[in-house]
Write a protein that binds this ligand. Structure first.
Ligand code: CA
Length: 502
């Protein structure tokens, strides 16, 4: 390949063509367990490779912290009330609307989504798709493609990656491509590949400082049903079944072959037996559940991380590294015991913020972090700009290409958020804004309340200052900022609720 040396920058012919795009999107993977985000708990050497060769976003957020809506926003560059996919329980995604992949197709890209998408299976905008059926299964999952539904033997992270690499092998990489690899990991019920059993058995997991949060001053937080202590199930979640028959009656186990079942029984039976003899209760049982949750979760992440390494190796071995943008992100953040929780949904930091790491050797310098605030709606317009497509007028996201060029640049001053689902885990719908050190949230439907947090003095968001007279001026300022965002994003439902006096 011809290369021209310009100063310290090597510009090759490949770099002058449109960049390829590989987006790796995991499900419920927390930044707290990623090495590149400073985790002392999780080991993610392959995700960390993307960070070492790219840019780590310290302030990447989602518009709506839940699976389907987050992916819908990634595809459309629009918030949930504009793309129509507001929640997992009642929404249907309309693939006929503008999607960034359709714009990429128009300028010559081949596009594919492989793995979990969870937005139905009537895809448009993709030259190829091979997707998990809805949530998908960890073992022997069903995949849906143009050929119909096919059950594939094996472990989901391996199979998704095999299929992604097979697709890359099948296309002519002289033309640009955009591949989305959708992982099921690390979604509930955190079922590891048996080869990763034991990887974290000897690790210590300090309890998060807020594990025993009493939720005083936060009504919506008090009403949730996502507590490790109260709501995490011994069988379904933690694989502690009273008998082999009960284990095999669980849908996730039913799909396993005999070998997989034996490996699961061999790992979990001694844990179950010890739990029986220890007769734990109260705090000791809650802390045991926390520890088992951490181990299952991190073991599950280990297979995904290993498989991300396979994709990076493939790009390198096939001389695609220089001209390929690689993005690693999760569909949202996740609670690892903070506030006593698992799951997501809230606008509080652990689920509002998401891991987001991007590498593109032609543009991004190695190993930097940026404090620029971005939201997942910004990804589509950024990729379109990098691909030389003029931004679509109805996208709400804003390209953050300037941040890629200089990690010191700022991007968004405010981040607007709106969570709509009113169902599983009993989290009240809410919307809000984060600006600088403050966050203002309005809960509605289940709980009618306002919350204000000073993230500088109270980063764990334990003290709701909304009714504190000292913060009257801040509340006023933040309400103004919120209303401005509501208008900018044209969220009529939020505007109506905002104006209601409670
Ligand atoms: Ca998710």
């Amino acid at each position: 390949m011809l290369a021209v040396v310009m100063g310290n920058v090597i510009v090759s012919h490949a770099q002058q063509s449109k960049p390829n795009v590989v987006i790796i999107i995991s499900d419920d993977h927390s930044y707290q367990t990623i090495g590149a985000y400073g985790s002392k708990m999780g080991r993610t050497p392959q995700i960390d490779r993307i960070a070492q060769e790219g840019l780590v976003f310290n302030n990447a957020y989602v518009n709506n912290s839940i699976c389907g809506p987050s992916r819908a926003t990634l595809l459309t560059g629009k918030y949930s009330h504009k793309n129509g996919f507001k929640d997992n329980e009642t929404s249907h995604f309309d693939f006929s609307q503008n999607l960034f992949v359709k714009d990429l197709q128009r300028v010559g890209y081949k596009t594919a989504w492989i793995g979990k998408i969870h937005l139905g299976h009537k895809l448009q905008g993709f030259n190829y798709f091979d997707i998990l059926n809805d949530q998908g299964h960890y073992f022997n999952p069903d995949f849906i493609s143009n050929k119909g539904t096919e059950r594939v033997d094996g472990y989901v992270s391996d199979i998704v990656t095999d299929k992604a690499i097979n697709w890359l092998d099948s296309i002519d990489t002289k033309n640009p491509f955009c591949l989305v690899i959708g992982h099921k990991a690390t979604h509930r019920t955190w079922m590891p590949d048996p080869k990763d059993f034991g990887a974290y058995d000897n690790d210590e997991f300090p309890l998060p400082e807020t594990f025993y949060d009493d939720y005083s001053s936060r009504k919506a937080a008090a009403g949730q049903e996502m507590s490790i202590d109260k709501d995490m199930r011994m069988g379904y979640d933690l694989k502690m079944f009273e008998s082999w028959e009960k284990m095999m009656a669980d849908g996730n186990f039913k799909r396993m072959n005999e070998e997989q079942k034996k490996q699961y029984a061999a790992y979990y039976q001694p844990i179950y037996d010890k739990l029986q003899s220890d007769k734990l209760s109260g705090k000791a049982l809650a802390e045991w559940k926390f520890r088992r949750y951490m181990i299952d979760y991190l073991n599950t992440a280990q297979s995904m991380d290993r498989n991300i390494g396979r994709v990076l190796d493939y790009l390198k071995a096939n001389n695609l590294e220089q001209n390929t943008i690689v993005i690693y992100l999760s569909d949202q953040g996740f609670y690892m015991g903070e506030h006593g929780w698992f799951d997501k949904r809230f606008m509080y930091q652990e689920s509002f913020r998401t891991p987001f790491i991007m590498k593109y050797p032609a543009l991004i310098r190695n190993g930097a972090h940026t404090d620029a605030s971005i939201v997942n709606a910004d990804v589509a317009p950024t990729l379109l700009e990098l691909a030389g497509v003029k931004e679509l007028s109805d996208m709400q996201g804003k390209s953050f290409v300037p941040v890629l060029k200089s990690s010191k640049k700022e991007h968004r001053k405010q981040i607007f958020y709106h969570y709509f689902e009113n169902g599983e885990h009993a989290v009240s719908p809410h919307f809000g804004v984060k600006e600088g050190r403050y966050k203002l949230i309005r809960f509605y439907k289940r709980v009618e309340s306002w919350e204000l947090f000073d993230l500088q003095n109270d980063p764990q968001e334990l003290k709701n200052l909304y009714d504190d007279p000292k913060y009257k001026g801040i509340v006023k300022k933040m309400k103004k900022a919120l209303l401005k965002q509501i208008k900018e994003f044209d969220d009529k439902e939020a505007e109506e609720i905002f104006n209601k006096i409670i």
